[in-house]
Design a protein around this ligand. Structure first.
Ligand code: IPE
Ligand code: IPE
Ligand code: MG
Length: 242
C-alpha cells in the first residue's frame, strides 16, 4: 500500500468498472450473488483506500442500464447490496464527513425501488463544506442515456425561449451530466480481462487513460490500484498537442 507522497501525480478523477464478480463466483462453484457480495466488500476497501490517498473524485460503476436484462434473482440480490451499503453510508455519514468523504449515487435513480431512491437521494442532498473526496456510485447508469438527459434539458431550454441552438456548447452538455462540476476521469480502470467501456462515462472519457487487468473485481487489492496509478504516472498525455 502506498501513500499519496509516493506518487508524482495523482489522477483528479478515477473511474472503476467493477467487473468479474460472476466469474469469480463460478471459479469457486458459488452462486453469482456470492461474487457480488464479495465485490461489494472490494468496493468498500478500494473506496477507503482512494480516500486515504486523497484522490479527489472516484466513480465506481456498480449497475448499468443494461444490467436489468439479468435474471431477477441476481438483480434483486444486487439491489439488496445497495440497500445494505446505503444503510451503512447513512450510519457512517458523520464519520465519512469527518474524513472529508462524500458518497453519492449517480444514474437514473428514479428507475430504482422507492426505498433505494429515497435513501440515495438522502445521501445526494448532503454535501458538506468539508468535502475533500467524492465517491460516486453509478447505479442504473448508462453513458448514452446520460447524454440524452442533458440534450433533452437543453432542448427544453430552447423551447422555453431561454436559449437558441447556437448557444449550445460543450460545457452546456457537460453541465447536464451527473458529473457536472467534477473533472473528467483521468484514469479508467477495468479489471476482469474485458477491453471495453460498456456504456460507462461515454462523454467524459474522451481523453481518459485506460488501465486493464485480468484480475476479477473481488480479487482486486490496494496493490492493484497502486499499479494502475503507477501506470498512469508514466503516461504521456497530449490532448491533441505535441
Ligand atoms: C460486475 O460483475 C457486476 C455487475 C455488472 C453488476 P459481473 O456480474 O458482470 O461479473 P461477470 O462479468 O459475469 O464475471
Ligand atoms: C459493466 O459490466 C457494468 C458494471 C460493471 C456495472 P458488464 O458485465 O455489464 O459489461 P459487459 O456486458 O461485459 O459489457
Ligand atoms: Mg461482467
Amino acid at each position: 500500500m502506498s501513500k499519496s507522497s509516493d506518487f508524482t501525480i495523482l489522477p483528479s478523477h478515477v473511474g472503476v468498472i467493477m467487473d468479474g464478480n460472476g466469474r469469480w463466483a463460478k471459479l469457486r462453484n458459488l452462486p453469482r450473488t456470492a461474487g457480488h457480495k464479495e465485490g461489494a466488500e472490494t468496493f468498500r476497501k478500494i473506496a477507503n483506500y482512494a480516500c486515504d490517498l486523497g484522490i479527489p473524485v472516484i466513480t465506481f460503476y456498480a449497475f448499468s442500464t443494461e444490467n436489468w436484462s439479468r435474471p431477477e434473482l441476481e438483480v434483486n440480490a444486487i439491489m439488496d447490496l445497495f440497500r445494505d451499503y446505503l444503510d451503512e453510508a447513512k450510519e457512517r455519514q458523520a464519520e465519512n464527513e469527518e474524513r472529508g468523504m462524500r458518497v453519492r449515487f449517480i444514474g437514473d435513480l428514479t428507475g430504482l425501488d422507492a426505498d433505494i431512491f429515497e435513501m440515495a437521494m438522502g445521501l445526494t442532498d448532503l454535501s458538506s463544506d468539508k468535502t475533500r473526496i467524492t465517491v460516486n456510485v453509478a447505479v442504473n447508469y448508462g453513458g448514452r442515456q446520460e447524454i440524452l438527459k442533458s440534450v433533452k434539458e437543453i432542448a427544453s431550454r430552447i423551447q422555453g425561449g431561454e436559449i437558441v441552438p447556437d448557444d449550445i456548447d460543450i460545457n452546456m452538455i457537460s453541465d447536464g451530466l451527473y458529473t457536472a462540476n467534477l473533472p473528467d476521469p483521468d484514469l479508467i480502470i477495468r479489471p476482469s480481462g474485458e477491453y471495453r467501456l460498456s456504456n460507462f462515462l461515454t462523454w467524459q472519457s474522451a481523453y481518459s487513460e485506460f488501465w486493464f487487468s485480468d484480475i476479477l473485481w473481488p480479487d482486486f487489492t490496494e496493490e492493484d490500484f497502486d499499479e494502475a496509478l503507477r501506470a498512469f504516472e508514466k503516461r504521456n498525455r497530449r490532448f491533441g498537442g505535441i
